[in-house]
Design a protein around this ligand. Structure first.
Ligand code: 13P
Length: 345
C-alpha cells in the first residue's frame, strides 16, 4: 500500500467544489432507468448515454471522479476512444463498482448482505490496469422499528464485508469508497434514522479499524439522516442537515479526507439543499462534505436525452446544471432560488 498516493487520490475525489458522479448502475438497474424513457437496454444505448454524460462540456469543473460499471470501464466511445481515456484526459478520476450486489442474509428476517469478496483481489489488479484509482462497495440496510432493523447481525456482517473490501482495495493501491446505505423506505421519523445511522457508522468504523484500513486513504459514502419517505412528520432541510453533521462528528474519524453522500431517492432539489445547508451551517468540519450522486445528477439529463442524438447538447446542459448546483452546495453557496435558472433557460 502506498498511503501517500491513496491520500492524494482521496483528497482529489473530494476537492473543494467537486464531487463524484455515480454512473455504475448494473445492467439490471440501468434497464429501469432506460425503460423510463422508452429506450431499449442495449450495450450501444448504455454506451451512448454514458458517453453523453462523460463528454459534457465543463464537467471537470464540478466532477472529480466517475464510478463506472464493469462493462463501461471496457467500453469505447463512438469515435473509438476508451471512455476511461476521455475521463482521464479531463482530469476526472475513473472509479469502479466492485461489489456484486445483494443477496438475502441467511438467518435474518429478510435483511441483505452484499457479495463479491471472492476473487476480488484479482479483479482489483485488473481494474487498476484498466485505469481505476478508486472503487465502490455498497451495503444496504433497512429500517423497521417493529422488527428491530437494521439488526446487529446485518450491521456486523455488512460492516465486516465493507472492511475486508476496503483493506483489499488499499493493498492494491485503490481508494475504497465505503458505502453503508440505510434506505429511505418506510415511515420512520428523523430520530429513528439518526439512531440507525449512528449504530451503522460505529459498527463500520470498528470493523475498518479491526482490518487496519487507513482512514486517510478512503472516502465514506453514507446516507443523510432523513425521515422515511412515507413519514407523517417530515423534518425540515436544516434539521436533516444538522442531524447528519452531528452523527458524522460523533462517528467519523477526522483522518478521513472526505464524505461523499449518496442521494438515495431524494428529489434533485432536496439532495442539493441538504448538502448546501450542511456546508453553509457547519463551515469548519474536519472532513470535506460533498456528493456522490447517481439519480440526483442523472434524472434530469436522462429525461432530456430520451435516447435521441439531437437531444445530447441539451441533456448535457441539464447534467451540468445539476453538477454546478451540487458543486455550490459542496462549498455552502447553494441557494434554492438557483433552481429556477434551468427552467427559465
Ligand atoms: P443514488 O445517488 O442514486 O442513491 O446512487 C448513488 C450510489 O452510488 C448508490 O450506490
Amino acid at each position: 500500500m502506498n498511503l501517500k498516493d491513496l491520500n492524494q487520490i482521496a483528497k482529489a475525489m473530494v476537492a473543494p467544489g467537486k464531487g463524484i458522479l455515480a454512473a455504475d448502475e448494473s445492467t439490471g438497474t440501468i434497464e429501469k432507468r432506460l425503460s423510463s424513457i422508452n429506450v431499449p437496454n442495449t450495450e450501444e444505448n448504455r454506451r451512448d448515454y454514458r458517453e453523453m454524460l462523460f463528454t459534457a462540456p465543463e464537467a471537470e469543473k464540478y466532477i472529480s471522479g466517475v464510478i463506472l460499471y464493469d462493462e463501461t470501464i471496457r467500453q469505447k466511445a463512438k469515435d473509438g476512444t476508451p471512455l476511461v481515456e476521455i475521463l482521464k484526459k479531463r482530469g476526472i478520476v475513473p472509479g469502479i463498482k466492485v461489489d456484486k450486489g445483494t443477496q438475502d442474509l441467511p438467518g435474518s428476517q429478510g435483511e441483505k448482505i452484499t457479495e463479491g469478496l471472492d476473487g476480488l483481489r484479482k479483479r482489483l489488479v485488473e481494474y487498476y490496469g484498466l485505469g481505476a484509482r478508486f472503487a465502490k462497495w455498497r451495503a444496504v440496510l433497512n429500517i423497521d422499528a417493529a422488527s428491530g432493523k437494521p439488526s446487529r447481525q446485518a450491521l456486523v456482517a455488512n460492516a465486516e464485508a465493507l472492511a475486508r473490501y476496503a483493506a483489499l482495495c488499499q493493498a492494491e493501491n485503490i481508494v475504497p469508497i465505503v458505502e453503508p446505505e440505510i434506505l429511505m423506505d418506510g415511515d420512520h421519523d428523523i430520530a429513528t434514522s439518526y439512531a440507525a445511522t449512528e449504530r451503522t457508522l460505529h459498527t463500520v468504523f470498528e470493523q475498518l479499524a479491526l482490518h487496519n484500513v487507513a482512514f486517510e486513504g478512503m472516502v465514506l459514502k453514507p446516507n443523510m439522516v432523513i425521515h422515511g419517505e412515507s413519514c407523517k412528520s417530515p423534518a425540515g432541510i436544516e434539521a436533516c442537515a444538522d442531524a447528519t453533521v452531528q452523527v458524522l462528528l460523533r462517528c467519523v474519524p477526522a483522518a478521513v479526507p472526505g464524505i461523499a453522500f449518496l442521494s438515495g431517492g431524494q428529489s434533485d432539489e432536496h439532495a442539493s439543499a441538504h448538502l448546501g445547508a450542511m456546508n453553509a451551517r457547519h463551515p469548519n468540519l474536519p472532513w470535506k462534505l460533498t456528493f456522490s450522486y447517481g439519480r440526483a445528477l442523472q434524472a434530469l439529463p436522462l429525461k432530456l436525452w430520451a435516447g435521441k442524438a439531437e437531444n445530447v447538447a441539451n441533456a448535457q446542459k441539464g447534467f451540468i446544471f445539476r453538477a454546478r448546483l451540487n458543486s455550490l452546495a459542496a462549498t455552502g453557496q447553494y441557494d434554492a432560488k438557483l433552481e429556477q435558472e434551468f427552467k427559465a433557460a
